[in-house]
Write a protein that binds this ligand. Structure first.
Ligand code: ZN
Length: 276
């Protein structure tokens, strides 16, 4: 009996803990290509992207910029109602040709993360059998900025940063190249593959970044860490109901439960008699 009582108290305390975090949780969506590519989970069709933007528009969501998010977390500056941040990794040309007209249709903003050594080239850093395509060139990126969108850094060559021998160069070099070519300050970074550790964060701070984006799964959700901002991947086969869940502020509770479930499974595996 006492066990059930204690479990109840624990669940209630956990519920209150996460409920209080909800106002600080701003959904940050992670996209790659906006194109129809078979068997590529990182390519969302323009039709599905259009549906998602229309849904956000009709449900009174407001896109915010990384600067606005930073001011909210660091100074408490208020955000518009239902804030959401849209991000595109790697700077593919279809972000410019397919996504930008849709963003403009709904007066929305997004941030693109180009890889500086691969600007205006074929996507040959992806040696995983991906469909060949091109990335936005410097003129496209300048135009992207001029039309009210944001650009931020995604390193020079897209390495796994925790294993990278040229860590500082990747972070500082890409920042300088973007600033020089686009004539604007670069304060935000996106870790390739969402991978980072303490050394990477220290190097990002040293390079002069104000904040950095990661992926949900690798981030500690109990506190807001400006150098580990959690993003939610939107895959090619994103169902409509799951998209609705992902943009809800309650999604943080769903993710926390999923993390607990995984930790519990790991723990049970470790201590189950069969594993000995
Ligand atoms: Zn990337």
């Amino acid at each position: 009996m006492i066990i059930y009582f204690l479990a109840g108290v624990l669940i209630l305390a956990g519920g209150i803990f996460w409920w209080k975090k909800i106002p600080y949780y701003i959904p940050i969506l992670m996209y790659h290509r906006i194109a129809c590519v078979e068997n590529d989970r990182n390519s969302l069709s323009p039709e599905k992207f259009a549906w998602q933007l229309k849904y956000l528009f009709e449900h009174n969501f407001h896109t915010v910029t990384p600067d606005m998010l930073y001011a909210f977390y660091s100074e408490g500056r208020p955000l518009p109602k239902n804030p959401i941040l849209l991000t595109f990794d790697d700077g593919y040309m279809d972000n410019f040709t397919a996504a930008l007209p849709l963003l403009e249709k709904y007066s929305m903003t997004a941030v693109v993360f180009p890889i500086t050594k691969w600007v205006g080239r074929k996507n040959q850093w992806e040696n995983f059998g991906k469909q060949e395509t091109t990335t936005m060139n410097w003129a496209n990126l300048q135009n992207w900025l001029d039309r009210g969108q944001t650009v931020a850094s995604h390193t020079e060559t897209h390495p796994f940063l925790p294993d990278c021998g040229q860590l500082q160069k990747e972070l500082s070099g890409s920042k300088k190249t973007l600033e020089k070519n686009l004539n604007t300050a670069m304060s935000f970074l996106c870790y390739p593959y969402g991978k980072f550790d303490k050394t990477v964060i220290a190097a990002a701070k040293k390079a002069g970044y104000k904040a950095a984006f990661a992926i949900f799964e690798n981030v500690n959700l109990k506190t807001v860490d400006l150098f580990a901002l959690p993003r939610i991947p939107i895959p090619a086969h994103q169902s409509e109901w799951e998209f609705n869940l992902k943009i809800s502020r309650l999604f943080i509770i769903f993710i926390a439960l999923r993390k607990w479930e995984r930790a519990l499974k790991k723990y049970r595996k470790k201590f189950s008699p069969s594993s000995r």
